[in-house]
Design a binder for this molecule. Sequence first.
Ligand code: PLP
Length: 381
Amino acid sequence: MIYLDHNATTPVRPEVVEAMLPFLRQEYGNPSSVYFLGQKARRAVESSREAVADLIGAKDSQEIVFASCGSEANAMAVFGAAYGRNHGRPHFVTSAVEHPSVLKAFEILQRRGMEVGFAGADPFGKVSPREVESLTQERTVLVSVMHANNEVGTIEPVEEIAEICRARGVLFHTDAVQSAGKIPIQAEDWGLDLLSLSGHKLNAPKGIGALYVRRGVSLEPLIPGKQEKNRRGGTQNVAAIVGLGEACRLAKKELAGHHQKLLKLRRALERGILKKVKGARLNGDPEGRLPNTAHFSFESLEGHNLVVALDLQGLCVSGGPACSSGAPEPSHVLKAMGVPDSFIRGSVRFSLGWGSTEEEIERALEVVPQAVEQLRQAGVA
Ligand code: PLP
């Protein structure tokens, strides 16, 4: 099997499994308990909190709140900001290329009578800070623009947007689920207020995420309770938190080397596909893009059919948005970028990760052009 779908999920690294095991076996204490077993769990949770803070450049580990996944962290930011405002009709700004967990949260707010402005994207998938600025109003309480796009990998100008928000006294949230662990993040220096990340996108297990909440920012909790300093109730998932912490430590240590390696592999893949497959177009920003993400549109081809054909050859790639693969729908991201419908249908995303090798890319470059050719010849493209 060749796994090139790391934006959907990643394998859990062996070091992460090792770090977690004691907390699934003998160290089963509740971090809120006062006796030694609980305190051991609490220390492990706090050490992970520091590792997460360190990875994203937070100043204080207490700015990290653990959640069950990236989607929950996004919901905590959007609903938490909305429900914390009791007077007036709050207004929000987001972009058309956000992950569904963000877009659907804003749809709910709209159904409850709140107003949301949507910034578009340019043909590379980039959101314009000027457009975000023009959409903000006196009543705007939160702007949410993702750090890196899950489909095409485009990196958004979050530092600039954060500056605009700061100047206007508006909270700024970024969904960094796809960027955390892949490219550097400086939450404090960039002036971010809220940032979401997810364990399973950076070689930790599924079912764990975190929200960075800048000191002094207050959100209405989605799950009331005393844990996480009253910000997210529910007994912490200690083993998963320990796994996330270990994954963050490894990611931080290896970030620069990993980035170079992925970039080299991704470029080889891109060059090969563009050379060997007729009617292939590479989507996303040519420069400001995640080092692991190569998103193609193939003319006269159904992306879903290619994903199935590649699966038969042992190659795992994605034909649609990460979390809704299997239910191919026209991508809202490609639509917002103005990609023609005929190309949107033939979209396939390759996302590399920890463990991806040159041999795998070479093999992919044999298999993909053959599969495209066969589908086109068979007329089931
Ligand atoms: N945000 C982005 C950009 C994502 O790519 C994803 C998952 O694909 C999520 C949020 C949701 O993360 P989780 O699966 O942890 O809920």
